[in-house]
Design a protein around this ligand. Sequence first.
Ligand SMILES: NC(=O)c1ccc[n+]([C@@H]2O[C@H](COP(=O)([O-])OP(=O)(O)OC[C@H]3O[C@@H](n4cnc5c(N)ncnc54)[C@H](O)[C@@H]3O)[C@@H](O)[C@H]2O)c1
Length: 249
Amino acid sequence: MNRLDGRVAIITGAGQGIGKAIALGMAREGAAVVIAEINGGNAQEVQSELQESGQRALAVPTDVSREESVLAMVERCLKEFGRIDILVNNAGIYPVSPVEEMAEEEWNRVIGTNLIGTFLCSKAVVPRLLEQRWGRIINMTSGRAFQGAKDGAHYAASKAGIIGFTKALALELALCGVTVNAICPGVTDTAQPRGHRTEEELYGMAARIPLGRIGQVDDLVGPAIFLASDAAGFVTGQTVLVNGGAIMW
Ligand SMILES: NC(=O)c1ccc[n+]([C@@H]2O[C@H](COP(=O)([O-])OP(=O)(O)OC[C@H]3O[C@@H](n4cnc5c(N)ncnc54)[C@H](O)[C@@H]3O)[C@@H](O)[C@H]2O)c1
């Protein structure tokens, strides 16, 4: 018996990085997975990889910041798999510029993808989760929500917003069998930190992490599967820090 047998999971931004690792991990635990990803080519590759190993997967090119795209993705999921049990709001972007040089368009793009995308995807699946009185929503935040992000004010604001949103939605759905939690990765070895750090800086960050290394994508998989499983039924509104001990509050 796998921990997610019979479940259907939508993972946004699952074409690469942490989202892909979570999609592969949830599929190994028995879930059918929807790869809701703006990069259609990457989404297709993840779908093929999963299907070749006998797992149920569907790539749906999706822009989480656009409601019509999100609604179409949810429709495709329901047509293909007939239900939705788990949503992982993982898609995120992190461009850098100091506030005084930041174009309003860039601010809106980051908030639109990271925070509004989380809202739109959640809103689109909540009616289904309420109908079946079982559901799991997992939102990807960041240590930047607590520590701030130099030249990433939009990113830090979006990730702090996700924590507030997680708690509010957890309260709304608390008596309906639906839990809502956040995962807060520490610096993790993906494309994202490479957008604003050199390799030396990235690996140099290990010196400030009690467990002595930066994160790898598979470090996030176990916590995500736990929060998505029946075992986490009494956990809601929480932010789980998966960061090698880098922040301990
Ligand atoms: N890597 C880290 O150090 C780190 C640390 C803390 C939090 N996070 C968060 O974890 C999540 C995953 O990050 P990652 O490191 O795997 O990043 P990544 O850049 O490797 O992957 C992000 C994915 O999201 C997709 N995406 C971007 N905009 C989208 C949109 N509008 N609609 C749908 N998909 C979209 C991208 O195409 C990409 O596949 C993000 O929310 C990120 O902010 C990452």
